[in-house]
Design a protein around this ligand. Structure first.
Ligand code: FE2
Length: 433
């Protein structure tokens, strides 16, 4: 057959089907982890998280129950000028008993500084870098991670990015009741999570409750302790923290959120405390998206949105990051279903690489508020350049290469005259008792 005819047919098929050369990858299986022969007092699953102003929480697990919850640290390799004593916990779940889970807060730490540290007085030396005190600051974002070949690909790509803090809007290990999978997830993420703070909130895969047998979030709360006490919250399922000039609020899609709930009261109080002179940017993360034009999990975020969207709008939240749907979507500024220059930009980024695969089916036509959507694995990067501008990009795992597929500059609401205190109407809901 004439090669020109074949080429012409290929072009016609591409135009007719709307498909590009990009071949969407299939899900990958869970990774296999070899048996670990490390002695029992060796630290495993090391990860760090921000713990209040200039402090970091170091978390690790030992199978030796007598191993001390001590972190030695300093700014030169092998030279530990500081020592901190922490606490430990453990849990049992059906026939599984966890190792000793250590949580030790270190600090005060200098900003933008590399620290070398050792856990439990033995094992390898780790190093971490503290976030800056001022702009620019960069966040890596990936939700619905799991522990498959695609998860590894996403982590490798995040590792190529120069970022300060990892944000994870829910669904971490996909252990789904098999507790040893929490341990393998901890090992998988250790190279990144021991070097930069990982700030997480819970998804449905963290629940793991079994009626009459096991309460929910046992493993998640024991292993991924976040700075909830530091931010005045009574639950590890919602909290806030600040990095450089950004105030971040991590909400819980799977704990009460109605106007009589603790979470609602805490959110209102936290929003009122935000000082936009100190933190011009205001970000919120939770698991179930409020603006989602994918057929997967359609409408699941509606009741939380009805309860809380007006609070976020009144406070002038800039960006909302969610997961749950295994695809990527970015909205225009939106509030109450309509385009609004003072509403938030909503991102769904539940495409970290879990074993359930991608969510391909979309509602058509694309809603007017939806600006970009694609069902591919990948991660996001948010570089907050200054008080007025941030650069958001989404990087698709194109085969095993990171490819920047979506990029947009976002102006802060501070710079757009949308601040809550300039709008007495919406502000009322924040001030109401
Ligand atoms: Fe989910």
């Amino acid at each position: 057959m004439d090669p020109k005819f074949v080429l012409l047919m290929a072009v016609l098929v591409t135009v007719a089907t709307g498909k590009s050369d990009y071949v969407r990858p299939k899900p990958r299986k869970n990774l296999q982890f070899p048996w670990d022969s490390k002695p029992s007092s060796q630290p495993k699953q090391v990860h760090i998280s921000l713990a209040g102003n200039r402090h970091m929480r170091v978390t690790w697990i030992t199978s030796d129950k007598h191993s001390p919850s001590i972190v030695e640290y300093g700014t030169s390799p092998g030279k530990y000028n500081y020592i901190a004593q922490g606490e430990s916990t453990s849990y049992s779940y059906l026939f599984y008993s966890s190792g000793k889970i250590h949580h030790t807060v270190i600090g005060p730490l200098e900003h933008s500084t590399t620290y070398f540290y050792r856990c439990g007085r033995e094992g390898p030396e780790f190093q971490l870098k503290t976030p800056p005190s001022q702009f620019p600051v960069t966040f890596a974002v990936a939700g619905d991670m799991g522990q498959t070949g695609w998860t590894k690909s996403t982590l490798d790509h995040i590792d190529l990015c120069e970022y300060d803090v990892h944000l994870l809007p829910g669904d971490l290990s996909y252990a789904d009741y098999i507790q040893s999978l929490w341990d393998t997830f901890g090992e998988l993420v250790q190279p990144l999570a021991s070097a930069r703070p990982w700030m997480v909130t819970e998804g449905n895969h963290e629940k793991e409750n079994i009626m009459f047998l096991e309460d929910g979030f046992q493993s998640y709360n024991a292993r991924w302790k976040m700075p909830f006490k530091e931010s005045g919250s009574s639950s590890n399922l919602y909290y806030s923290f600040e990095v450089a000039g950004v105030h971040l609020i991590m909400l819980g899609s799977y704990t009460d959120y109605d106007e009589y709930s603790d979470q609602y009261s805490w959110l209102k109080a936290d929003l009122l405390k935000v000082d936009r002179k100190r933190t011009p940017w205001l970000l919120v993360l939770f698991h179930v998206p409020w603006y989602n034009s994918n057929r997967a999990h359609q409408g699941e975020g509606v009741s939380m949105m009805e309860a809380m969207e007006s609070l976020l709008y009144a406070a002038g939240v800039d960006i909302v990051l969610a997961g749950h749907v295994h695809a990527y979507e970015r909205s225009k500024r939106v509030y109450n279903g309509r385009l609004d220059p003072c509403g938030a930009v909503h991102m769904t980024i539940g495409d970290g690489g879990n074993r359930e695969g991608l969510a391909h089916q979309y509602i058509n036509p694309q809603p007017h508020w939806s600006d970009f959507r694609e069902a591919s694995f990948g991660h996001g990067e948010l570089k907050v350049v200054n008080s007025t501008h941030a650069l958001w990009s989404w990087h698709r795992n194109d085969d095993d290469e990171p490819v920047r597929s979506d990029q947009v500059w976002i102006n802060s609401l501070v710079s757009s005259g949308c601040l809550a205190d300039k709008r007495p109407g919406p502000r009322k809901i924040l001030m109401a008792p």
